[in-house]
Design a protein around this ligand. Structure first.
Ligand SMILES: Nc1ncnc2c1ncn2[C@@H]1O[C@H](COP(=O)(O)OP(=O)(O)O)[C@@H](O)[C@H]1O
Ligand SMILES: [Mg+2]
Length: 268
């Protein structure tokens, strides 16, 4: 299908003018989107999505007119005020919720065509870093990460220990490896959740405010870690955040407002 739309796009890049390097030049242009998908490895395709909630008899459009295509190996950051629809979008992409209108396709599979089993299998390959995804309260950091490996069932048992320790080290929690969630700060718990998501070596990571509870230095370390997965292992990340520092790590930045895309910024 060939559809032609005009989309506003902002490109931020470093340019050389008369031999002088000028950083962060912002160019705004309209691009024609011919809907061509040849040569592009699209991991997430959100097409004409609307999500309406009914609250006390009143309709709330959490998302509307939303189109987004995410290529493999990109780190896409969603920004926007509270209530702009970021979490709703992540839930749709993760198959935790269904759109009222439109379609969501992940790894070539249209989610509304999948049965419960196929959807569960797809979800097991996604690394979720959601604040609402609570840790097992009676299990240590080590055991929480181990549980993810047990559920995914993809790694041979004898490789678990090494993988768990590497993931815990990657988020800087080796000293706290035997601590339970209630013995850890909010930021440390969030890092366990990140280690747990990384343990299954997901090709796709969905993250909702992953650095929200972290101090700025730890937050930047986590963002750097996620960015290196994108750069070196072609992992794709879709992340909602309020953290202005996240913009520096993004390959693609979307500003949402009232449930739709207000601006898209591609970083050169
Ligand atoms: N389960 C729900 N029931 C009713 N309204 C909801 C529900 N989830 C989200 N909303 C509404 O949808 C809008 C978008 O919410 P959300 O996606 O959580 O925004 P954000 O993550 O950007 O803060 C808000 O107006 C919110 O109140
Ligand atoms: Mg949210």
């Amino acid at each position: 299908m060939l559809s032609v739309r005009l989309l506003p796009m902002v490109i931020v890049a470093d340019y050389r003018f008369d031999g002088k390097l000028v950083r962060n030049v912002k160019l705004t242009c309209m691009i024609a989107d011919y809907g061509l998908r040849i040569m592009r490895d699209i991991v997430i395709d959100v097409a004409g999505v609307e999500r309406t909630f009914t609250l006390n008899g009143r309709e709330v459009k959490a998302l509307q007119n939303l189109d987004m295509q995410i290529e493999r190996g990109s780190m896409v950051v969603l920004m926007g005020p509270s209530g702009s629809g970021k979490t709703t979008l992540l839930n749709l992409v993760g198959g935790l919720d269904q759109p009222t209108r439109g379609t969501v396709t992940v790894e070539g599979q249209r989610l509304d065509t999948l049965n419960g089993q196929a959807l569960a299998a797809l979800r097991r390959r996604i690394g979720f870093i959601f604040q609402s995804f609570a840790l097992m309260p009676t299990a240590s950091a080590y055991e929480n990460v181990e549980l993810a490996l047990r559920l995914s069932g993809e790694l041979p048992r004898k490789e678990w220990d090494g993988r768990i320790r590497r993931c815990i080290a990657a988020v800087g929690l080796t000293t706290w490896i035997d601590h339970r969630p209630y013995e850890l700060s909010g930021g440390q718990q969030q890092r366990v959740a990140i280690a747990r998501a990384l343990a299954i070596r997901p090709r796709l990571i969905l993250a909702d405010e992953p650095t929200g509870d972290l101090d700025s230095k730890t937050g930047e370390q986590i963002l750097g870690l996620l960015r290196s997965l994108v750069r070196h292992e072609a992992v794709t990340i879709l992340m909602a955040t309020h953290d202005p520092a996240a913009a520096d790590f993004a390959t693609d930045l979307y500003h949402l407002r009232d449930g739709t895309i207000a601006e898209r910024v591609m970083q050169g």
